[in-house]
Design a protein around this ligand. Structure first.
Ligand SMILES: Cc1cc2nc3c(=O)[nH]c(=O)nc-3n(C[C@H](O)[C@H](O)[C@H](O)COP(=O)(O)OP(=O)(O)OC[C@H]3O[C@@H](n4cnc5c(N)ncnc54)[C@H](O)[C@@H]3O)c2cc1C
Length: 391
């Protein structure tokens, strides 16, 4: 049986980022994933500035290397399209040294992060976690690696397995999946979508038939686009909404979306996935364990952004793992407090706006006020200041 300090379950952005930080500290660990890589993950493929910040902390050269990778598209702005056709557009080209957003198919982003791990010896693919047992030395994990059973003994296990919880289940903990704090979204890759801004803006559409959800169209390399829509699960089940049907209806009925798709080609069947929101305070750490990324429910409630928070949670937990191993005290509860302190503001604002966007009569004036020239200028200047600090 292999003896290690840390077992990371899941090699998405959260798990692979943690592996980077543990390698930097020389912490003995194993990163496992049940998939074989490169692998797809249903996502909007929108990369936000917090991702760039974490890449920089892994290695100051990494953001530039990432930006130069083929198939990764810099995006210099975003646009909010209101139910009445109001358009709020922010373009930051020329204001920052590197684009504040990117789009990268997850098959490319996740592989980029894994390729950058300086050693692959501690990374097992096609390796599923099947059992966790507490013992006097910490936790013994049973794995199925390419069909063979294995066990590892570790001091700390990190759940980075995404939206479908396994670590919490196997440890007998509550894994919280209330519909009020969960979103569902679908993604369909398209080709030849027209009307994107030349600086590759991320386009968000708030259609009155979709509220409190939204439709997105993000440009990708090779004239392709990531298109989808997301909504709070409680609303979907209460109103018996079929996301795929609504998506097709909005695509041909919304006067601002329709022209974009007149010559578009659908590249895949509709694919859906869940998004656990950070609006519910869950217990994400305790004796010998912590949960990061989607496994900990770290998706921002308004935009559905989870890659940046997932990578940030990995960075933050790495500090607490180092402390735990140094002190030989393996309770990681301070990581729990740290994360909720760190995201306190984002949770409050995101949740309030998510709830407000239930109503047309709030959303319409909200977008109009934001679009008022002095407020737009203030907002843009603030974005430039904040983003400059991050990149
Ligand atoms: C439709 C949609 C659109 C989205 N759009 C965006 C967006 O534009 N921008 C953004 O920032 N976020 C977006 N998100 C959220 C984002 O996809 C997630 O927050 C992000 O993938 C979380 O990363 P993670 O590493 O925590 O988990 P994941 O990326 O889900 O990775 C988890 C890994 O764990 C592995 N695993 C699972 N179970 C086991 C097991 N038993 N044993 C071993 N390995 C296991 C899986 O194979 C997987 O590789 C979107 C989500 C959806 C559903």
């Amino acid at each position: 049986m292999q003896d290690i300090d840390v077992l990371i379950v899941g090699a998405g952005p959260a798990g692979s980022t943690l592996s980077h930080f543990l390698l930097k500290e020389g912490i003995d660990h194993l990163l496992i994933d049940k998939a074989s890589f490169p692998r797809d993950k249903i996502c909007g493929d929108g990369i936000t500035v917090d991702v760039i910040n974490v890449l920089k902390r892994i290695d100051p050269e990494l953001p530039l290397k990432f930006a130069k990778t083929s198939d990764i598209l810099p995006s210099w702005g975003l646009s909010l399209n209101g139910p009445k056709g109001q358009n709020l557009r922010v373009d930051l080209k020329g204001e920052l040294p590197i684009a504040p957003f990117f789009t990268a198919r997850r098959i490319d982003l996740d592989q980029f992060l894994l390729n950058e791990l300086s050693t692959q010896e501690h990374f097992f693919t096609e390796c599923s976690l099947t059992r966790l047992e507490r013992n006097e030395k910490g936790i013994r994990a049973s794995l199925s690696h390419k069909g063979e059973s294995k066990s590892v003994q570790c001091k700390i296990v990190i759940g980075a397995e995404g939206e479908k919880p396994i670590v919490t289940k196997l440890l007998g903990l509550d894994h919280y999946r209330e519909r009020e704090h969960l979103m569902a979204a679908i993604r369909i890759y398209h080709e030849n979508v027209k009307g994107f801004h030349p600086n590759n803006h991320l386009e968000f559409f708030f259609d009155k038939n979709l509220l409190p959800g939204y439709f997105w169209a993000f440009p990708l390399s090779n004239n392709q686009a990531n298109v989808g829509l997301g909504m709070v699960s409680a609303h979907i089940s209460k109103n018996k909404i079929n996301l795929k049907k609504v998506f097709e209806e909005v695509k041909v009925s919304n006067p601002w979306i329709k022209p974009m798709f007149e010559e578009a080609i659908t590249l895949e069947t509709t694919k859906g996935w869940g998004l656990p929101n950070m609006t519910k305070k869950r217990l994400i750490a305790g004796d010998n364990y912590a949960l990061i990324g989607d496994a900990g429910g770290f998706i921002e409630p308004l935009t559905g952004k989870g890659i940046g928070p997932g990578m940030m949670s990995a960075r933050i937990v790495s500090e607490h793992i180092l402390e735990a191993l140094t002190k030989k005290e393996y309770n990681l509860i301070r990581y729990h407090d740290h994360m909720y302190r760190y995201y306190n503001r984002e949770i409050k604002i995101g949740y309030t706006l998510q709830k407000s966007f239930n109503y047309n009569w709030i959303l319409n004036p909200f977008i109009n006020v934001l679009n008022w020239a002095p407020i737009l200028k203030y907002g843009k200047d603030k974005m430039v200041r904040d983003f400059s600090n991050w990149i």
